[in-house]
Design a protein around this ligand. Structure first.
Ligand code: THU
Length: 136
């Protein structure tokens, strides 16, 4: 039985806004921040980091997830993503696949903008029929 956790999404979005201040986006000028909350209560921040070889750019979501994984964290509660968008900021396809590899169905993905709008999704809502190497 999965345990439900009360998550303070407003404060997780604030953490993502803080992460966004570190974004390196000289090419698109589109700054994104992410904050990943683990079951142990740690928060990993991520921002997008662009590169002059554009394909080497990494999104905020993947920065946060890869930081956490590289520190040995595998158990996540929630991810907040924020950008200066009209609607809420929606992750790209590559990030959805990465989230799908590391997030269980109960991880709450909070998509937000700077105006205070936010919506919560699970990874299966963001990436239905996802690819998996799982052969079971
Ligand atoms: N980007 C993210 O960091 N996350 C998203 O959810 C959408 C896109 C970044 C990649 C690139 O640096 C810039 O936003 C424009 O695509």
């Amino acid at each position: 039985m999965e345990q439900r956790h009360d998550i303070n999404f407003r404060s997780l979005i604030e953490e993502a806004e803080y992460a966004r201040t570190k974004a390196y986006a000289p090419y698109s000028n589109f700054k994104v921040g992410a904050a990943l909350l683990t079951k142990r209560g740690r928060i990993f921040h991520g921002c997008n980091i662009e590169n002059s070889s554009f394909g080497a750019t990494i999104c905020a979501e993947r920065t946060a997830v890869f930081k956490a994984i590289s520190e040995g964290e595998r158990d996540f509660l929630a991810l907040a993503v924020v950008a200066d968008t009209e609607g809420v900021c929606s992750p790209c396809g590559i990030c959805r696949q990465v989230l799908s590899d590391f997030f269980t169905k109960d991880v709450q993905i909070c998509l937000a903008n700077l105006k205070g709008d936010y919506e919560i999704f699970s990874i299966s809502e963001l990436l239905p029929l996802s690819f998996s190497l799982d052969t079971n």
